[in-house]
Design a protein around this ligand. Structure first.
Ligand SMILES: CC(C)(COP(=O)(O)OP(=O)(O)OC[C@H]1O[C@@H](n2cnc3c(N)ncnc32)[C@H](O)[C@@H]1OP(=O)(O)O)[C@@H](O)C(=O)NCCC(=O)NCCS
Length: 374
């Protein structure tokens, strides 16, 4: 019998030059740069360039790249009409998945798998994904859609669009670091999904809409929204212990805790924790971070499980005044760089993904009984 690895745990499915998650040591690096080296020192746009070109840009390359990203900020009118007419109750992440698929229908460039054409599509997707999320968020509240601007970076532009107001330097810097920390993460479920779709030589839009669908799930990117729902349900610091005990007794998963690969602390978590503490103190509302800390302590002591990236990013976004159902969309906005870089890498050395399965059904040789005799 073949060895089955449920959930493909421990299976190396391909080679990559983009990023490495070292689970035993709690290390994450992009193209050789430790996440601790990048966070706070480079902008999200520099990280996108790094992932696309395997090296950091010099000043001239950076300026050109930023100009190219900002030049793509106009959405096709048909996509804007969709964002305005879509059900207001729809989940923003579903709207993003659908809108990315629509963008593919409006793209007049041929899907020819040449690196320059596909890189241009990747740049467009990185540029437009945040606008899609922000415009839908405005439209569902019956608010106007602020015109796109070319003078703001990716993180600032998203905050500007959702609030129709240029954000503070501090809010911009906070979201920018969150984007940097979420940009790439090896063969996680959504990235693997994108590469599987790309491996059939389907197009970038198909690969990315599938990836967004994978990210949405609560075991993956959806966990950050789950963290806030959990904190709201618990309500107060003095209720945390009993709530967690009850949840564990019911074999419920605590959102934002645990990881398939990291067996020690997720290296992104301390950065987000630090930002969450700072923002909570500024807001004078330490309750959420105190509750989070208590949950993390209990889970570490009782189950030996650590907080992951979603655990503290939830409090960071909450403290920035971002609505809960935009948390997973923010993850998708920043991961767009990693997804598209992986799709490009897949095509540069493509081989169709086609694993095997272990058959455990009825024995071979069943005979068909005529339908009226069954
Ligand atoms: C991330 C995650 C899906 C990894 O799952 P996995 O590698 O398949 O691990 P398993 O679900 O098999 O869990 C292994 C054990 O740890 C426990 N466990 C893992 N994460 C847990 C959590 N968040 N809360 C409670 N128990 C948890 C499981 O119940 C299981 O215990 P058991 O062996 O006694 O049955 C899982 O930790 C999880 O569901 N976390 C919450 C969702 C989340 O935050 N996702 C974002 C990840 S970045």
């Amino acid at each position: 019998m073949a060895l089955v690895s449920k959930g493909l745990e421990g299976v190396v499915a391909a080679e990559t030059r983009l990023g490495e998650v070292k689970g035993a040591e709690g290390v994450l690096f992009y193209c050789g740069y430790d996440i601790n080296e990048l966070a706070g020192k480079v902008s999200y746009e520099e990280v996108v360039y790094l992932l696309f070109h395997n090296r950091l840009p010099n000043r001239e390359e950076y300026d050109q790249f930023v100009t190219a990203l900002r030049a793509e900020r106009e959405l096709p009118q048909g996509v804007i009409d969709f964002l305005r007419s879509a059900p207001k109750t729809a989940k923003p992440i579903d709207i993003m998945r659908t809108a990315v698929s629509m963008l593919g229908c409006y793209d007049t460039m041929r899907h020819d798998l040449t690196m320059s054409a596909e890189l241009a599509t990747a740049v467009k997707l990185v540029s437009q994904i945040g606008i899609i999320a922000a415009y839908f968020h405005r439209a569902r509240q019956g608010l106007s859609l602020p015109p796109v601007r070319k003078d703001l970076g990716e993180a600032a532009h998203f905050l500007y669009l959702i609030n129709d107001e240029v954000p503070s330097k501090e809010a911009e810097a906070t979201l920018d670091v969150a984007y940097v920390l979420h940009a790439e993460h090896g063969f996680n479920a959504s990235t693997f999904t994108a590469r599987v779709v790309a491996s059939t030589l389907s197009d970038m839009y198909s690969a990315i809409s599938a990836a967004i669908g994978a990210l949405k799930g609560p075991l993956h990117g959806g966990a950050n929204e789950g963290v806030i729902h959990m904190l709201e349900e618990i309500g107060d610091l003095d209720k945390v212990d009993a709530w967690v005990e009850d949840a564990l007794a019911q074999k419920k998963k605590i959102m934002g805790i645990g990881h398939r690969v990291y067996k020690v602390l997720d290296p992104r978590a301390p950065h987000l924790k630090e930002m969450a503490i700072k923002l909570s103190n500024q807001l004078g509302d330490a309750k959420w971070i105190q509750m989070s800390e208590r949950i993390a302590t209990i889970m570490s002591e009782q189950k030996g499980l650590n907080a992951n990236v979603d655990f503290y990013s939830a409090t960071v976004y909450y403290s920035l005044g971002i609505p809960t159902d935009l948390f997973t969309p923010i993850f998708a906005i920043s991961r767009m760089s990693g997804w598209t870089a992986h799709v490009l890498e897949q095509w540069s050395e493509n081989r169709l993904f086609r694993p095997l399965s272990e058959y455990i059904g009825k024995p071979y040789g069943q005979k068909v009984v005529p339908i009226d005799e069954r």
